[in-house]
Design a protein around this ligand. Sequence first.
Ligand code: SAM
Length: 338
Amino acid sequence: MNNSNNKQKKVSHLKDKYDRRIDYLRISITDKCNLKCIYCSPEKALKHFNTNEILTDEEIIRFLRVAHGHGLSKVRITGGEPLLRKNITGLITTIRKTGIRDLSLTTNGLMLGSLARKLKDAGLKRVNISLDTLDADRYEGITRGGNIALVWKAIKASESAGLTPVKINVVPIRGLNDDEIESFASLTYDNNFHIRFIEFMPAVGDGMWASDKYVKSDQVLKKISALGKLEPFKFRGNGPSRNFRLKGAKGVIGIISPLSDHFCKHCNRLRLTANGRLRPCLFSKETIDIKTPMRNGISDEQLEELFLQSVNAKPRGHGLQDKHIKSGLIPAMSEIGG
Ligand code: SAM
């Protein structure tokens, strides 16, 4: 009884040194992907981890139990393409058993059509589906071979399975898809989608990055405002997204501005890479290995220490505004789990 009281006390006080409450983990469960989006990963084959380098289900669960004891309440599964992982539904079921209630997943959707119902039954709450164009040929070009029909099938299947609201991630890139911002926003009139416009970040993707290709959130909002009145919209668990609704629309528009806004002051998250390294910030050079110590037999208390160490190592901000924007110095998102 006393023990659980102590745990409760710890739970409500897990803050980093900048007084941000840390309760959210994004786990990359594979570094492999079945697409090679031109802005996300290079065309040449990336070197992938060997199976034995990837955290096992048991290792993920062990870490989550420890972190949940410190108030971690929200988990997003990502990758690579997370649906490529064997027994993904089994992993979801076991994660839910740790007590993590808010469990979501980011996917390109290609395999989601037939998995949506099973994932929902396993305990998944929501999905974010990446879709950067509404045009089939353009989709094939951006993704280097993807079939947009599968993504629409996935969106419909997610809605009927109750993986809602379906969130659609769009990265507007000048000259590539920025002429579709209004079309994406218009989808919210008749559909309860959350369309999330994410600023293009300077990650390696075959030299795609250039500062003039990045469309600032303000410019996205300006284009959308031409469609109708945009009203601020608040809902629980906003995270770094600023949310709006077009007057009369069913869905929501989310604006995520890692470059143009100081969104780091609201950052509540850590990342765990597929090979078992805790990354305090998406752009951290410093990561903390939990896989090797777990395989060498550390105790739960020692694992807890590594978790707290990564919370303490969170920088005040990602610093992207300064040095990286011009040159594009960070690894491909597919490697670090965007
Ligand atoms: N395969 C899954 C998918 O396609 O959603 C999950 C991994 S993907 C790396 C996660 C998200 O990162 C996607 O929504 C993608 O659009 C986003 N992303 C990739 N590269 C990005 C970049 N350079 N800037 C902003 N977002 C990026």
